[in-house]
Design a protein around this ligand. Sequence first.
Ligand code: SF4
Length: 457
Amino acid sequence: MLDITPKEIKPRTALRINPAKTCQPIGAMYAALGIHGCLPHSHGSQGCCSYHRMHLTRHFKEPVMASTSSFTEGSSVFGGLANLSQAINTIFTVYNPEVIAVHTTCLSEVIGDDIPNIIAKAVSEGTVPEGKFVFHANTPSFAGSHMTGFSSMVRAMVHYFSEKTGAESGQVNIIPGFVNPADMREIKRIASEMGVPALLFPDTSDVLDTPLTGKYDFYPPGGVTIKQLRTTGDSLRTLALGPFASEAAGAYLDEKCDVPCDILDLPIGIAATDRFVHALKNVAAQDVPASINYDRGRLIDVMNDMHRYTHGLKVAVFGDPDHVTSMVEFLLDLNMKPVHVVTGTPGNRFERRMTEILEGRLPDSNFSANADLFLLHQWIKNEPVDLLIGNTYGKYIARAEDLPFVRFGFPTLDRIGHQFKPHVGYTGALHLLESILNAIMDRQDRDATDETLELVM
Ligand code: SF4
């Protein structure tokens, strides 16, 4: 299908082909689902909302509920005030959420709808019931990506809800970044093992990975409550995991409520997890427990046992900047060579961080933010690799170049496992390593002759 991608790379300034990102409201919708009893609301046309719900549903294999302002031609001309006012009324009457999280779309941003004003009007007119809330984030999709949409919605949680009362809560905020529910559960487990009373926000565990019980919960049991969000301003400090997704909220909480914030890489792979565990250790002021050391030891054992399969292999990686950054560091720790690295999200700090990580280890790698899969494919044609790592959209390049392919990141639409297997922490790194090794071994088996096919690997 991509057989005609040309090897010759020509400069492009105003054209993206197969972008390595998707649109802002998807990230905002996902973040909002991490609040208990929240109904995300898409302020725009129905098509945007359907696409965003569908994309999340296909990745998480769970129903994703959200409402829409259902713009028509009239709203496009006269603005969406009437639609959003009516929507708030209908949502509280029919669906009765605890909170509505409004995010904008391209159309409502171009119109310039004043969302805070519309929300204030709904509150003053009594449309928002006592004890219920409406808040918003601006997420125009002609800028940023789903990562910036996620970031903006988490920052909005701080803006609308965090309070400093002076009461000592003793808790630590953890902003987990744009990771799967299984990752959020694993982050909470690690914090708990480390003896750190953590408040995770947003938290989609038990929201988008609920069991089949025979009863449908429109609002599943998980998610951070508004009451808990209010207490984030009294926390000891914040650990913001993944600068693209979490720094804005962490830094704003510091500015608003004087809660110091550590910005860390997503704890994917061994080195980034070490830094996360170290940060928790500093907060807890106690030694790392044996259970966590054992998790780390098991990972080291497999890295060591299987080193002969990973050593020196060239890898192309693409996806979200927070994920890709940590994955590249992990690949270097496996003595692999991430020679081509792409993210679709714009931002110079990705390139700065990649330079830091690759310096002295693989300084000649190709890497770029705000890039697309077409460029990645061209790089691979010019310098072939042994393995491709990225989301489902990479399967076309994998087929065209006959590459082993490991699914990693959002969206994963054509495989399972990411919903219930964490990728963060030492256990998550073990799962990633398992996927990488199995892909390499499957390829070795496929390419072996009858004489070289090994029974024991
Ligand atoms: S890019 Fe804009 S118009 Fe398209 S789905 Fe996203 S928000 Fe809607």
